[in-house]
Design a protein around this ligand. Sequence first.
Ligand code: PLP
Length: 280
Amino acid sequence: MIAYVNGQFLPEEEASVSVFDRGFLFADAVYEVTAIINGKLVDFEHHMARLQRSCAELQLSFPYDLAELKQIHLQLVQQNNIEEGLVYLQLTRGNAKQRNFLYPDKQTKPTLVLFAQKMKIVENEKSKYGIKVVTVDDIRWQRCDIKTVALLAASMAKEYAKQQGADDAIFVKNGYVTEGSSSNCFIINHQNQIQTRGLNNEILPGITRQAILQLAREQGIDIVEKPFSIDEMLEAKEVFITSATTLVWPVIMANNQLIGEGKPGKLAIRLREIYLQKLK
Ligand code: PLP
C-alpha cells in the first residue's frame, strides 16, 4: 500500500510520523474519510469543507490548496488500484518537539497523512440484511461536531456492541439518541417523517446525513430534526444509520428488540438506492 506523508508518497513500511507528533500525544488532530465508488471520490468538496471547519474550530492551520488535496486523493486511489473503498486523511498540529499542552508556535508545520484502502461499500451484506445495534451511554466530550481523532469512546462503544453480539452501538444522552458510534442515526416515525437529531455540538454534521436529507426532501418526504428517545427508536417504523463508508444501513434490531418486523425498512433501502444512482 502506498501512503502519503507530508508531501511524499511512500510504501506503508516507510510511512511514519514523529513520537512527538501532537496527533499521537494529545489526539490534537482532525480527519476525514471520503468514500471511493467506481474509482470516484464521493462528496469530496463537502468533506474538505468540514475539514476546514474542524481546523478553524481548533485554530489548526490549513495551508493547503483544495485542488492539490484532490490530486493527492486521486493519486492514492490510482496507485493503490482502488475501485471501491476509502481515502483517510489526517491532519495534526505537527511535531511539538517536546511534550507541552500549549499549542506550539505558529511556525510548527502541521503533519498531513493520507492512505487509501479497499472496502466493499455497494454490495455490502449489512446494507442488504440490516444491522443489530445496542444503545450505550454517550460519554464523549462536548465538541462532537469537530471531527477529531479522539475516538476512544467510540472504540469502546463498538467493542461493547461486539461483545453483546451486536453490529454497532448507538450513543444515548439523557435518554435520547445522539448518533451512531461512527454514523448518524435516523428513524421513520409514526407520522411517516424522517426524524433525526438537529445539528449542534453533540453530534458530527455527517456529510452523508446532509446528502440523504437533501434526497429525501427532493422525494417530498417530511423531515423533522428533533431528538428521539430509545423507546421512540424501538417503536419506530424504520431505523437507519448513515456514514461515508456505509452510505445507508438499515437497523433491524435494537437492544434485542425487533424494529418493525425485523426487516430492512423500505424507505431506507429506497434512499440508499437513489443515493447510489446519483453517484454513478
Ligand atoms: N457521526 C460520527 C460520530 C462519525 O464518526 C461519523 C463518521 O465517521 C458520522 C457521524 C458520519 O459522517 P459522514 O457521513 O460524514 O461519514
